[in-house]
Design a protein around this ligand. Structure first.
Ligand SMILES: *Cc1c(COP(=O)(O)O)cnc(C)c1O
Length: 404
């Protein structure tokens, strides 16, 4: 996870555009007075958890995404774990997991006692490759856990056809894909459940927090139950005798707080405007970088799809791939914050290397993006001038690194 705030100004030395050096962090939370007021008003009252604001946030998020049900959680990782549990994934099952994703997608499967079988991505989107997915299905396959890489929707129509034919459950990691749609349907609603993150540098934030959306009442019910210890009655209203409850199932404490929900409600109101800026920035940055020597933009978007535009993934050509660290340093010196999505394909991370016995060469497309790309910011903290500045900064950084 990148740091929340990358203060690159201290290290700036080189100057772009006649002496001006900007500081553009990779991500920055956008907290306004409305959010602060909402949080303070929760703190002035008696209800800090198990309250009405979590319910309202769930209602608002369901309305925004078009989901029938939304369950707020303490993180996206928690939502993924709850979803995997609710889908009945367990010991003896194999789940096909995107190799090119955040480790949380895979951990949710592993935490349920099932085995991850990793599948490589498409080179032009970073999303799970439907052909490789089909080839990996066996009699033990229970489901599919995929990500919408950097906000680009995966090929859900093809994937759902496969899933129906083989009777597989489908879990969508939408942590970077708020606002991403296919034919107008929000991602997270194609499979059985979709999970979102409200970590500080995602599209919107509750500081820590997440959301599970689904069209299935049984999944929403099961996830709500397991979110709070598997306890059958909430403290507010449902307990005639205070403190008296039953525990019909195993559970966790994955609740979102009322302050988190208060933040989320206000952030969600601003999300449409945030998305406009993200898309504008992405288009302008992609346009500015098009045709530049040594680099290209990962932008394999289907005609029917709209991206959540989390970041711009800049692919480095061979000559630059081995100089990625220098390029990141050169951008940092120009005040441009960057990140990497992701440091390695998940099966190549130390823990999964041990449990999966796979090799990096088994995931050539994922490895190529992991090793050979740099993620650039397009969030609402980035102005149009910042975008022009970044285009110039990339050009001069590439030149500097190539001539060194
Ligand atoms: C950030 C992220 C997560 C983890 O989200 P948390 O809310 O921090 O648990 C999971 N998956 C993807 C794709 C992410 O980008």
């Amino acid at each position: 996870m990148p740091p929340v705030v990358t203060d690159s100004s201290k290290r700036s030395r080189s100057c772009e555009r006649g002496g001006e050096t900007r500081s553009i962090p990779f991500g920055r939370p956008m907290i306004a007075d409305a959010e602060k007021r909402a949080v303070l008003s929760v703190l002035d009252g008696p209800i800090l958890t198990h309250g009405p604001l979590v319910k309202q946030f769930e209602h608002d998020f369901a309305a925004f995404s078009g989901a029938d049900y939304a369950v707020a959680t303490s993180s996206c990782a928690a939502a993924l774990h709850l979803a995997a549990c609710a889908l009945g994934i367990g010991p003896g099952d194999e789940v096909l997991v995107a190799a090119q994703t955040h480790v949380a997608t895979a951990h949710a499967i592993t935490q349920c006692g099932a085995r991850c079988v990793f599948v490589d991505c498409e080179p032009h989107t970073g999303n799970i490759d439907p052909d490789a997915l089909e080839a990996a299905i066996t009699g033990r396959t229970k489901g599919i856990a995929l990500v919408h890489y950097a906000g680009i929707p995966a090929s859900m129509k093809r994937i759902m056809k496969l899933a129906r034919r083989h009777n597989l459950v489908v879990l969508e990691d939408c942590a970077l894909a708020i606002g991403a749609t296919i034919d107008g349907t929000h991602v997270g609603l194609f499979g059985d459940a979709g999970c979102f993150s409200f970590y500080p540098i995602k599209h919107i934030t509750t500081i820590e927090g997440g959301m599970l959306i689904t069209r299935r009442a049984d999944i929403a019910e099961r996830a709500s139950l397991q979110r709070a210890f598997g306890i059958d009655r909430t403290p507010t209203g449902a307990r005639p005798i205070p403190g008296d409850y039953e525990v019909p199932t195993l559970g966790f404490n994955y609740r979102l707080s009322e302050t988190g929900a208060a933040l989320g409600i206000e952030q969600l109101k601003r999300l449409p405007a945030f998305l406009v800026v993200r898309r504008r920035n992405f288009q302008a940055l992609a346009f500015g970088l098009a045709g530049m020597d040594g680099v290209s933009v990962l932008n394999g978007l289907d005609a029917a799809a709209e991206s959540g535009c989390y970041c711009l993934v800049l692919l480095l050509e061979d000559a630059l791939r081995t100089r990625r660290v220098e390029l990141i340093e050169a951008l940092r010196a120009r005040g441009v914050g960057t990140s990497i999505y992701y440091p390695k394909p998940v099966p190549c991370l130390a823990y999964y290397r041990e449990v999966c016995t796979t090799r990096v060469t088994d995931y050539p497309n994922a490895a190529r993006i992991s090793d050979g790309s740099i993620a650039l910011p397009v969030g609402p903290h980035v102005s149009s001038d910042d975008v022009s500045y970044m285009v110039a900064a990339v050009a001069s950084s590439v030149k500097e690194v190539c001539s060194a």
